[in-house]
Write a new protein. Sequence first.
Length: 131
Amino acid sequence: MKSPSAKLKSNANRHFGIVLTVIGILATVPLLSGAYTPATTSITVVNNSSRAIRHVYLAPTNEENWGPDQLAPATIVAGGGTFTMSSVSCSAADIKVIAEDQDGCFLNQVVSCGQSSNWTITNESVRDCGN
């Protein structure tokens, strides 16, 4: 049978070990949270069509919830024009770019994150006009 002082010493050592473990875990959490930095990419939309692009949106490839319009208010990408989005943050390997033309039809393209991408829209690009 252990003496009362040995029992207290054993409990103190156990508590000390638990406290050290908790402190170690708490110290590594901030380091781990900063370890992942989302990739960024530059995306240039090239409008080689006869239609004006009035809105450009970004979304994760597997979601239908789009982010805010990337074009400034009253900005239009006319035929022959380009629009570049710099330092686009990506939390996955790919990102979906969606453009809305003057007829309210949508076009989309998936581009790779972490590298510069060009998306060229032509008159032959497939549009989704809700039909």
